[in-house]
Design a protein around this ligand. Sequence first.
Ligand code: ADP
Length: 484
Amino acid sequence: MTGLDLLAKTSRGLFIAGQWRESSTGARIEVHDPADDSVITDVADGSTDDAMAALDAAVAVQPEWAATAPRERGEILRRSFEAIMDQADDFAELISLEMGKTLAEAKGEVAYGAEFFRWFAEEAVRIHGRWMQAPAGGSRLLTIRKPVGPCLFITPWNFPLAMGTRKIGPAVAAGCTMIVKPAELTPLTMLALANVVAEAGLPAGVLNIVTTHNSKALSATLMADERLRKVSFTGSTPVGQVLVRQSADQLQRVSMELGGNAPFLVFEDADVAAAVDGAMIAKMRNMGEACTAANRFLVHESVAREFADLLGQRMGALTTGRGQTAGTDVGPLINADAVVSVGRLVTEAVDGGAELVTGGSAPDGPGHFYSPTVLLGVPAGARIVNEEIFGPVAPITTFTSDDEAIGLANATEYGLASYVYTRDLARTITLAESLEFGMVGVNTGLLSNPAAPFGGVKASGFGREGGFEGIDEYLDTTYVAIPV
Ligand code: ADP
């Protein structure tokens, strides 16, 4: 079976209360292949009435679901993990088709995305409170962890599976019900996932999926309802700010995974060849369309030329093409706007004096391609190092001292991922303590791991996904005082 068969057996309706249904308006949204802009298929364009039906379903089963044995919730996740992995090639093809990434990268996403289900299957049975004596004696202090209640999940297009599973996994483990609103550009993978979790035994109404072109109306309607208790969002900072403001009226709990502007620091004592290997991953994973993508390469001036030339050779040798074609290293960007925006940032940097080491152009269409690009000597004030590029472009800025490097790295409103290459232990510790980022990769270009707490500070948001911390986002604490 190929991803197209998976697509053929996936309903393209709304998944509400365990049933597939049409949108109340009958409207549809087209889904495009970013490699050539052709229409793959269409999905239901859910209305606010549909969103409310999904919330009704989630609210109706919440008490019963919260009372389910933790082991049962864990086993559903575990079976879902196995089922995704059994169909890994099909999921990979579907992800590649709707999002553009290569099959190899899509397989990586499937393994990563499924792993959240295995991890949280194991966490479901480790939810516990505490029992302690009051400091003054005479009383026992107990805590109980309870699911927060019905949740709304809004996910982006860059990881159509994993951005969903890392919210669904902990929510299922904690005993929450949910409504998922996948990105309108890449809704198919989430619809395919609905069948998997239903077949794994997830009761009707626990997971509801509403696709829509009008996310704004959906979020405003659902968040105005006091029955919704939690919103978890992965996407851009401006939309995250809108959602946090919206959460104020009903005081919903919020988790926000927002934009990033990751620095990638290479010190004079680094293994430069290893740093280039790491840079290829930190920059080129997902064509640079990741919030963890290295956005600024800060390199000590003594190794900058060597680093730039080696990175330029590696980037220049990559083959750009359709993600499903054998031999493709770099797929298309998500849409035409993305190509224009990346191209503008590069042109401005070159006009501002940066040296173009490789790339710097968009191949002729069809499809939304941009060639892997390396820029050297990018001034620290350039727009390309202050905005999220979300494309295959590596701008290199040089520094001369550790203090300057740390100052440059922290000079951003964002604080999600950061990467450092050095062989000096004391410097590593100083960097880990001084960098204002939720994550620091030391001599590695890959941070994401379902067992680790993923998340940011400052304009990159708050809350953690994965790790032991991930499930806390879905649990409330009740304190019980018992005088003895
Ligand atoms: P990106 O740049 O990755 O597309 P967005 O923040 O625009 O980031 O989109 C991420 C997700 O947020 C998508 O599912 C999108 O449909 C949704 N979204 C966009 N605007 C809103 C909004 N006002 N309310 C709720 N969701 C929104």
